[in-house]
Design a protein around this ligand. Sequence first.
Ligand code: BGC
Length: 300
Amino acid sequence: MNIILVGLLLMIRPALSMMITHFKCRGGVYPRSSIERFPVPDDKVSWAVDYKEYKPRNHTAQSIHGKPWADPEIGDPEFKPNWNHLDKNVDRQSYTGQYKVVDNYPLNPIGRTGISGRGVLGRWGPNHAADPVVTRWKRLQSGEVEIDKNSNKPILQFVAIKRGDTGEWALPGGMVDPGEKVTTTAVREFREEAINSLVMSQGELKAWEAKFESFFSDGEEVYKGYVDDPRNTDNAWMETAAYNFHDDGGHVVGALNLHAGDDAVGATWVDATPDLKLYASHSSIVKEVLERRLNAFSQV
Ligand code: BGC
């Protein structure tokens, strides 16, 4: 099949489907606290289902109060959020569509989480992140693409970082700054967490940008939506936009020197396998990238 046709087919492939329920933000102890979430059985997640006994604890971490990236409390006369809109430069729109606001509190679009308030998240409602999935084919010494002996398929690798907070392997993503384009966030976070650009001089940074500018200008969107993140609450939740930056020939990102930086404590190339366990919803994002890449590989 010719390469343009493959490109077109990839473009019309629907993005990874939206999440319809959540698990990681339901049950257990809320992160960085000793607060137990109120139990939410599978059939009581939806707000549309009555759950009279539901009495979640209200929790907003002390640590976020007064932070420049955090909203004030609801009820503060100065705080007049424009829910479901771009609010000055804070994006309060959800990729899942219009969310409900009940008694001035935005409601998690997937449903109950067993805890109300904002927890450790800065924004009421959606908190936007962006994730880069930087990939290459694993190669043998000879330069040839390595084929997995069990599946008989080429092995895709992606850059993963070890999160400082949970110790889990994750995509090197991060929060979108107010007014920032999500694609810009994805690349900036990659530089900060996987390359440790925060310790680079201005000159080194310029050289890095010149070298990788075209590679990172061409990401393919693979997911935009809700994330089953352990920090989610009934009134605040994570959403992300994930982009795949793929180095098919292995010459561009092969030259990358990975060094964990910012809040990451490790950075490495990891083989993408369908049973991989990663932070939040990152494994479903990587699985989607793996499928797309393997399809494209077998069609060329
Ligand atoms: C992380 C992203 C992640 C998002 C949602 C952010 O803190 O940096 O990688 O997708 O949370 O879990």
